[in-house]
Design a protein around this ligand. Structure first.
Ligand SMILES: *Cc1c(COP(=O)(O)O)cnc(C)c1O
Length: 346
């Protein structure tokens, strides 16, 4: 039997219909500027996010890197949450290539206010690197998939405008945020200067992300994309998958959110495991394990042997992510397996 893989929403395989859309795609050479399907995708992403322009890139990591490089100068400070993906999981590209100096806000679940950000503005003095960019993540990965309330983004928008800073949203899972709030994506992204988004997570594409912003920023990002080796050729093949996903895989994200809640409820029936269901807003369930059962990594190994794959975040914390290749029936089955594995370790 295939494993029930909930390590991440990146593990999905293209559906047959997605493969067919890729097969039918009209192709050109994007570096030479005539890739019709990539151009169609970039126009579509610009429209969905309400921005002037968008750029197709191989990964969310590159979208974030280009966002920072194109909106700052080396030595600038970037105000961001300490749990930010760009800091923990992108191999230090912000330092190596954008040359920025993060000033970290520390708040529960990754959401912060202008007051939290203002505490990190230094004196205007040559000793101190000055902020030019505020960075938010929506949904917040290390915040358990937390969704930024619209009024919180609006407050930061006013704050950054007043000071002349840019505001970027790492929206790798912006689709989940829009689904959770029940609003169009543009309602969220109209508050930010730039947004990165992934097609390779909940939307089920094999490859691909995008950066959307004003035309000038995207023109700079296009140059930096080339510099980083991210300018592609017949990438319409991948853009076709993304266009298909935007049309067919967004509405179903609500099922993943319901699955995460259901999984959490099943986990809470198991002695020694606990999940704070009140924190589940999207497709992720973080749960903790009582050390009496063993470490998170031991538990993950034992689960894997029974066909359930989840990720240990630290010695007592485990993450499970629901996505289009995990059916509701598999969630129920995963619950049963988790219960029996925990029972065998008790
Ligand atoms: C996955 C992720 C990224 C990076 O995307 P890759 O395509 O894996 O490079 C960036 N930000 C967040 C919040 C993510 O979850």
């Amino acid at each position: 039997m295939n494993p029930i893989d909930m390590r991440s929403d990146t593990v999905t395989r293209p559906t047959k219909a997605m493969f067919e859309a890729m097969f039918r795609a009209e192709l050109g050479d994007d570096t030479l500027g005539d890739e019709p399907t990539v151009q169609q995708l970039e126009a579509r992403v610009a429209e969905i996010t309400g921005k002037e322009a968008a750029l197709f890139v191989p990964s969310g990591t590159m979208a974030n890197l280009l966002a920072m490089r194109s909106q700052t100068q080396p030595g600038d400070a970037v105000i961001a949450h300490e749990g930010s993906h760009f800091y923990h999981y992108e191999s230090g590209g912000y330092a190596a290539i954008a040359g920025c100096n993060p000033r970290f806000v520390s708040t529960p679940r990754g959401i912060f206010s202008p007051d939290d950000a203002a505490r990190h503005i230094p004196w205007d003095d040559p000793h101190f690197s000055q902020p030019t960019l505020v960075w938010i993540e929506n949904t917040m990965n290390r915040g358990g998939g937390a969704v930024w309330p619209l009024y919180k983004i609006e407050a930061l928008r006013a704050f950054t405008r007043e000071r002349g800073y840019r505001l970027h949203m790492d929206g790798a899972r912006i689709w989940n945020a829009a689904t959770a709030l029940g609003v169009p994506v543009a309602k969220i992204t109209e508050q930010v200067d730039s947004v990165s988004c992934c097609f390779s997570k909940g939307l089920g594409c094999p490859v691909g992300s995008a950066l959307a912003s004003d035309a000038e920023t995207i023109a700079r990002a296009r140059r930096h994309r080339k510099m980083c080796g991210g300018s592609m050729r017949q990438s319409g093949l991948l853009a076709a998958a993304a266009l298909h996903a935007l049309d067919h895989h967004r509405e179903r994200l609500a099922d993943d959110h319901a699955s995460a809640k259901r999984l959490a409820a099943l986990i809470n029936e198991v002695p020694g495991l606990s999940c704070d269901t009140s924190t589940i807003e999207t497709n992720m369930a973080y749960f903790s394990i009582d050390p009496k059962l063993g470490s998170a990594s031991e538990f993950c190994k034992a689960l894997d042997a029974q066909g359930v794959r989840v990720l240990d975040e630290n010695p007592t914390l485990i993450r499970a992510v629901c996505h289009l290749d995990v059916s509701r029936e598999q969630v129920e089955r995963a619950g049963t397996i988790i219960k029996s594995v925990a029972g065998s370790m008790a």
